[in-house]
Design a protein around this ligand. Sequence first.
Ligand SMILES: O=c1ccn([C@@H]2O[C@H](COP(=O)(O)O)[C@@H](O)[C@H]2O)c(=O)[nH]1
Length: 231
Amino acid sequence: MPSQTPIIVALDFPSRDAALALADRLDPALCRVKVGKELFTRCGPDIVEALQAKGFEVFLDLKFHDIPNTTAMAVRAAAELGVWMVNVHCSGGLRMMAACREALDKANGAKPLLIGVTVLTSMEQQDLSDIGLDIPPQQQVLRLAGLAARAGLDGLVCSAQEAQPLKAQFPTLQLVTPGIRPAGSAADDQRRILTPAEAMAAGSDFLVIGRPIAQSGDPARALAAVVAELA
Ligand SMILES: O=c1ccn([C@@H]2O[C@H](COP(=O)(O)O)[C@@H](O)[C@H]2O)c(=O)[nH]1
């Protein structure tokens, strides 16, 4: 049965053994898991299958960003892996996102949620200025969200700091929010952060949490604390 939890634990590890060791300490009823660039590049599709065999729904977080045909075929390949969620960069543009939507709509079998990455949660105003975007992160997020909605995407990756205005303008889009930090946790390289409870109150649908759980001495306890915070 599909899980109802909003929590997605990022398995950012360099090996299959390390990722599966953490998965074994987590309960698929309490969280989904995310396979990102490091783990997938080292282990390939096998790691997705191994996590699914343990009962986890998998968010394949490869943030595809390429020309429309290449990205659409990558999204279709992800669907064939049976992942629950897949994502592309909204800055790949409207035609690229629309091509991904069309590829998934034409695919047979279960379709993953198709999510657009807006502005990375590690970025702040200065980072945007550095790449020639002299506007606040929230303005760029809202602009990209409009494109994602036009392309028919199912949701967005954004900071929970933008969840309120996004939900007001795009109520049907699912908001997937990394940059979640329980009170007292280190921000690490994240810049636009909120606590789990703040994020849910702002309108997040899914919370992506990596290091605060994965690098804690007791991941099961760290996950239970987030579950309790949201109860
Ligand atoms: O804007 C984004 C998009 C993706 N991520 C990913 O989420 C996790 C966050 O991990 P933490 O250890 O909780 O910081 C990580 O896998 C990122 O690749 C993101 O942080 N921000």
